[in-house]
Design a protein around this ligand. Structure first.
Ligand SMILES: C[S@@+](CC[C@H](N)C(=O)[O-])C[C@H]1O[C@@H](n2cnc3c(N)ncnc32)[C@H](O)[C@@H]1O
Length: 246
């Protein structure tokens, strides 16, 4: 997958491809992440990207011409991308949106600054995405969040089994994890995890997932589509509760 990020702060954004799983995916050629400096698409000596708003009022607005030049450059070199504008006015970003974006061959993400971009740039935009109901100073952090979450759904970047067990995949939160040592300061690992019984481990994990989701995110729990393992886990959970209540 090819991802382009358009920003006036390229050094800020570049770090996204320098660490961890994403750095590995870039190295293995699963992801290509290009960070474009919007100022490279200006023509004046001072590389100005903002101007006063028509109609007056506070703040500055990102000028349209550098974006027009950028899209002309991009499409003539790489073809038509799916274009996302980071914006507090967009649809809310979540796991499902990330999965959907990961199916695109080419994604370009625009980082706004100041009061936002000149409305005429919207002619290039396919999707407006918000990372939450608050206003940030720029689209760089949202773009990095989008790239990180989307990358995890690009085949091969993260083990498929791991993605499927993660929180939100099936409207469930992830189960608790433990590693060595088996005991620390009197705190031990649940016996079932060291039993070697894979079926029991699977059942225990699903029970814990259901329990966590019910308690922390009842809204997700009510959306979850229950499969056979869920039913078995719920019955087992219910039996445990009844036993404790007696
Ligand atoms: C100060 S904000 C502009 C806010 C704009 N005047 C408004 O109220 O809708 C500057 C830029 O930060 C980015 N941004 C701010 N909050 C965001 C959010 N919650 N989600 C995504 N992008 C955001 C956008 O790219 C936006 O153009």
């Amino acid at each position: 997958m090819r991802i382009g990020i358009v920003t006036i702060f390229p050094d800020f954004v570049k770090v996204i491809k320098e660490y961890g799983v994403i750095a590995q995916a870039v190295e293995n050629g699963l992801l290509q992440i290009d960070v474009f400096n919007l100022r490279d698409f200006t023509t004046d000596k001072h590389k100005v990207v903002d101007d006063y708003p028509y109609g007056g009022g506070p703040g500055m607005v990102m000028k349209p011409e550098p974006f027009f030049r950028f899209f002309e450059f991009y499409t003539s070199n790489y073809g038509k991308p799916y274009v996302v504008l980071t914006s507090p006015q967009g649809r809310r970003f979540d796991n499902k949106v990330a999965m959907e974006l990961a199916t695109r061959e080419q994604l370009v993400i625009i980082c706004g600054r100041y009061e936002g971009i000149d409305e005429r740039v919207m002619k290039f935009v396919d999707d407006e995405i918000s990372i939450g109901d608050y206003v940030l100073t720029g689209g760089e952090l949202p773009a990095m969040i989008i790239v990180d979450a989307v990358s995890r759904f690009v085949p091969g970047v993260v083990e498929e089994e791991s993605v499927k067990n993660d929180s939100f995949y099936n409207d469930l939160l992830d189960y608790p994890h433990f590693t060595r040592p088996r005991e620390i300061n009197g705190l031990t690992v649940p016996e079932v995890l060291v039993s070697g019984n894979h079926e029991e481990v699977e059942l225990w994990r699903r029970k814990e997932s259901l329990k966590k989701t019910m308690l922390k995110r009842p809204d997700l729990f009510l959306k979850h589509q229950f499969d056979e393992l869920d039913k078995k886990a719920l019955i087992s959970l219910f039996k445990e509760l009844m036993k404790d209540a007696r």
